[in-house]
Design a binder for this molecule. Structure first.
Ligand SMILES: *[C@@H]1O[C@H](CO)[C@@H](O)[C@H](O)[C@H]1NC(C)=O
Ligand SMILES: *[C@@H]1O[C@H](CO)[C@@H](O)[C@H](O)[C@H]1NC(C)=O
Ligand SMILES: *[C@@H]1O[C@H](CO)[C@@H](O)[C@H](O)[C@H]1NC(C)=O
Length: 825
């Protein structure tokens, strides 16, 4: 018997990792006799089919009928798997949607007269929900693109009766959309964080689960009807509890603390389901009234009432999603090993014996990283005879065994079969297994996958334990043209993940079936900032201050912008004012410019640029205020991509002067226009000419920003843009020898005054974090004059204490930066 304190697994969605450190104790009672289960309820689920094809984690699944399964993946595709033959079941897939970015959520809307095959709905990083009839292929146009969310879409559900769809996003809203109408019907605000889960409870009721740990109940008019605080952890999933469930609950929620809670609509907690050893990501209800759940402990669990009746371990790190077929009660799972799996209780639909055996072998052969299990005192572990002599006490209970060859294996108890099932071998680390990984024709001890930019394929970081981690990190950054600000972070990642490994050591046996974990170790520098960051911002490990590189906000969907622009132009042509519209050759010129922008590189002067920029400027300043968005959006992208934007004249003046002169920051404020203008100013720092313009317009820009902030009511988008701009000003005045110039200190004091006010009044953690990076850069890099002004005039201590005591102050990155600032002061 032993106790383990596993490291909390990495939350791939960028959420706080320390807030709910799970401490798991594996407890086994030594029962003298096996107690036979007398009531056999339902047969166990067995593998029915393994659906292979996705190139990356399967993040969401749907199971609309016994003949069709949908899966959505980080590989940017949605696949429809159709049953083509039975016993054993086999499936063929078609790719029904193909995008550039991670697809993270999926739902199926059942058939209607207008859409006789129903609709598949998918959403993810590109912030667009696509609605498609399943018979279409990826090359056909979607039936609808639902635009409105400002960040990753992580949850979708539908009400067939109500004819609506509900979506949840990292932008802290849920949205309600009517099928066929395809525009946001209602924005369900009031959320204090990402909306991780949405549930179409009935045709009049929507329930949301949020990273602010609250469950909210809304009606379809958008009124908040009630809310429940879900323990002290974020809500990751929701499902409706069927009336036949013995608890009498109406809905269930799952959380990062590993507990599933069952509530009535009135918010009364009626039961808690304990068993998962890590985050629970997904919930579904079976037609039998039972619930199923999946999570980061690589299991799917089946719950009869409050009793876990089956645990299905997967050969993967995360089981992201589980869905049930309401007709036959089969379930489907999507996991980080890229496989979608169907499980069944019906003997008719079980996979071929070889396939079942292959699955069991893969589970048994899984390598479980030692850090996931915690410290094991090998000497005190029982030997393999334990498995024959002792029973477990509870479904899904874990037991570690010291095998005769010295390795440590993990086993879980199955109460249905009254057996221990082997679920993997504990391995020290990928490197110590003595195996080498090949990269570009050379052998390395490790090849890590590094996700630098959302939606782009991961970059490979090869590493030999004989190398200096800093040299490997420097080469990696150089090879991939990354900012040097990642250096410390990448180097410390290498150190942490290769700890203790020395050249050529091979202490632990190589597990049978390879090491599926090795390839899945993923490092995502942007994770902590993902919540709101348009661009990854390094986590504060080991030190972020002073910030040395400029940040820009460049992510965009140019196709959508270009489409929107044409739509508005058409509308203006028919409804006026006609004099500001574009001719068809001007529309073509802009399409060409969008094409160039799509490359993401800096653009050299060219006729395309010289003709396009004045047109964009015209849209941004002379179209009706509510229609300027696409012009301003292009302007901010061009500000980062083309020095020409900063050097050219518009009506005889420079870009900053004319934008400010167009009244963009005046009341009544259009917050989106203001935000995009601030982003434009921030992006100017990407080019030398842009920096010169921004810094020479410092006073005017600051006056404009103040006016925008005072005319906007609590708009986090605007505040994030402003704090990003301030970081760039701070980087500028503290670099290239400017840190000692009197002009720098003067500007720093102005920035400090504005920043301390922003931070003191802000609730959004991304905005606060960015504000702190700006202030921290100033106080760390500049002289005593600035430090003492920060302390005495702007009472920075008080501001930091306030942040420490607030919600965002609990985030490791915020804690880290406050620590660094206190040290610098
Ligand atoms: C759930 O458990 C109860 C009590 O053991 C049993 O009577 C019932 O049939 C079970 N339900 C299902 C769906 O297996
Ligand atoms: C933030 O921006 C997104 C678009 O980028 C928008 O959908 C969302 O409503 C904005 N939030 C606020 C509070 O304005
Ligand atoms: C990495 O180390 C191994 C020896 O462990 C060596 O064979 C291999 O060539 C090294 N790779 C590189 C790229 O230096």
């Amino acid at each position: 018997m032993q106790a383990g304190t596993p490291e909390r697994p990495k939350d791939n969605n960028g959420h706080s990792q320390s807030s709910a450190l799970l401490v798991t104790f594996f407890l086994v009672s030594f029962l003298p006799l096996r107690i036979l289960v007398t009531v056999i309820c339902m047969p166990d689920f067995k593998l029915s089919a393994s659906l292979e094809g996705h190139g990356d984690d399967v993040r969401a699944v749907a199971f609309p009928n016994p003949n069709a399964v949908f899966s959505a993946s980080r590989d940017g595709t949605v696949r429809l798997w159709k049953l083509v033959s039975s016993s054993p079941p086999t499936y063929d897939y078609t790719i029904t949607a193909h995008g550039q970015a991670f697809i993270n959520s999926l739902a199926y809307f059942p058939p209607t007269p207008e859409f006789p095959e129903g609709l598949s709905l998918s959403g993810g990083q590109d912030t667009i929900i696509e609605a498609r009839q399943p018979g279409k292929t990826a090359s056909d146009n979607a039936d609808a693109m639902l635009l409105g969310h400002g960040h990753n879409i992580c949850a979708l559900d539908v009400s067939h009766d109500g004819g609506w769809i509900v979506s949840g996003s990292w932008d802290s809203t849920a949205r309600l959309w009517n099928v066929g109408h395809w525009e946001t019907e209602k924005v369900l605000g009031e959320h204090g964080g990402s909306v991780w889960a949405v549930l179409a409870y009935d045709k009049n009721t929507i329930i949301t689960g949020c990273a602010d740990q609250m469950i909210r109940i809304f009606d379809t008019s958008g009124n908040l009807r009630g809310s429940v605080k879900n323990s002290n952890d974020v809500v990751r999933a929701l499902c409706k509890v069927p009336p036949s469930n013995p608890t009498g609950a109406h809905f269930a929620s799952a959380s990062n603390d590993g507990i599933i809670r069952l509530y009535t609509l009135e918010g009364r907690l009626v039961a808690s389901l304990h068993g998962h050893e890590s985050f629970v990501y997904s919930l579904a209800a079976l037609p039998s009234g039972e619930l199923v759940s999946s999570g980061e402990d690589r299991t799917v669990r089946v719950w009869n009432g409050t009793q876990c009746v089956q645990t299905i371990t997967h050969p993967a790190i995360s089981v992201w999603s589980v869905a049930a077929c309401s007709e036959n009660g089969d379930i489907v799972t999507g996991a980080s090993d890229r496989i979608t799996r169907v499980f069944t209780r019906s003997p008719d639909r079980v996979a071929a014996p070889e396939a079942v055996q292959q699955f069991e072998e893969a589970v048994k052969g899984s390598a479980i990283p030692a850090e996931q299990v915690g410290k094991i005192n090998k000497e005190q572990l029982p030997g393999p005879e334990f498995l024959q002599q002792k029973s477990g006490t509870k479904e899904g209970q874990v037991q570690m065994i010291r095998e005769t060859d010295g390795s440590v294996t993990a086993h879980t108890w199955s109460s249905a079969t009254q057996e221990w099932i082997a679920v993997g071998t504990v391995v020290e680390s990928a490197g110590s297994s003595g195996r080498k990984t090949e990269y570009l024709g050379q052998d390395y001890d490790y090849v890590f996958d590094v996700d630098i930019e959302d939606g782009k394929p991961p970059l490979k970081l090869p590493y030999n334990v004989s190398q200096n981690p800093y040299e490997a990190a420097t080469k990696f950054i150089g090879d991939n043209e990354l900012p040097m600000s990642y250096l410390d972070q990448v180097a410390s990642f290498i150190t942490q993940n290769t700890q203790g490994a020395t050249l050529g050591q091979a202490e632990e046996p190589t597990p049978a079936g390879g090491d599926p974990w090795g390839t899945e170790r993923r490092y995502r520098p942007g994770d902590a900032a993902n919540e709101a960051a348009q661009q990854p911002i390094p986590e504060p490990r080991p030190q972020v201050l002073p910030q040395k590189t400029y940040l820009s906000i460049k992510s965009a969907n140019l196709k959508v912008i270009s489409k929107k622009l044409q739509e508005i132009n058409d509308k203006l042509l028919s409804e006026g004012p006609k004099e500001v519209t574009l001719t068809s050759s001007e529309v073509d010129a802009l399409a060409a410019l969008c094409g160039q922008l799509e490359s993401g590189k800096q653009l050299a002067d060219s006729p395309i640029l010289e003709n396009g920029v004045p047109l964009i400027f015209r849209i941004a300043t002379s179209w009706p205020v509510a229609n300027r968005l696409p012009g301003l959006d292009l302007l901010r992208l061009l500000a980062a991509a083309a020095p020409f934007v900063a050097t050219t004249e518009y009506n005889g003046d420079n870009l900053v002067a004319v934008l400010l002169g167009s009244g963009i920051f005046d009341a009544p404020l259009n917050a989106n226009n203001a935000m995009l203008s601030v982003r434009t100013f921030a992006n100017l720092f990407e080019t030398t000419a842009g920096r010169d313009l921004a810094i020479s317009s410092f006073d005017q820009i600051l006056a404009g920003v103040r006016s925008a902030l005072s005319n906007a009511a609590d708009n986090r988008n605007l505040t994030i843009a402003v704090t990003t701009l301030f970081i760039n000003f701070a980087v500028y005045i503290t670099s290239d020898g400017r840190e000692n110039s009197p002009g720098s200190a003067e500007k720093a004091l102005v920035l400090l005054e504005d920043l301390t006010k922003i931070i003191a009044n802000e609730k959004d953690s991304e905005a606060i974090y960015r504000g702190l990076v700006a202030v921290g850069t100033l106080v760390k890099a500049l002289g005593t004059e600035v430090k003492s002004a920060a302390k005495e005039v702007y009472e920075i201590d008080r501001v930091l204490s306030r942040v420490s005591g607030s919600g965002p102050g609990k985030e490791p990155r915020v804690k880290g930066i406050i620590g660094e600032m206190r040290e610098a002061l």
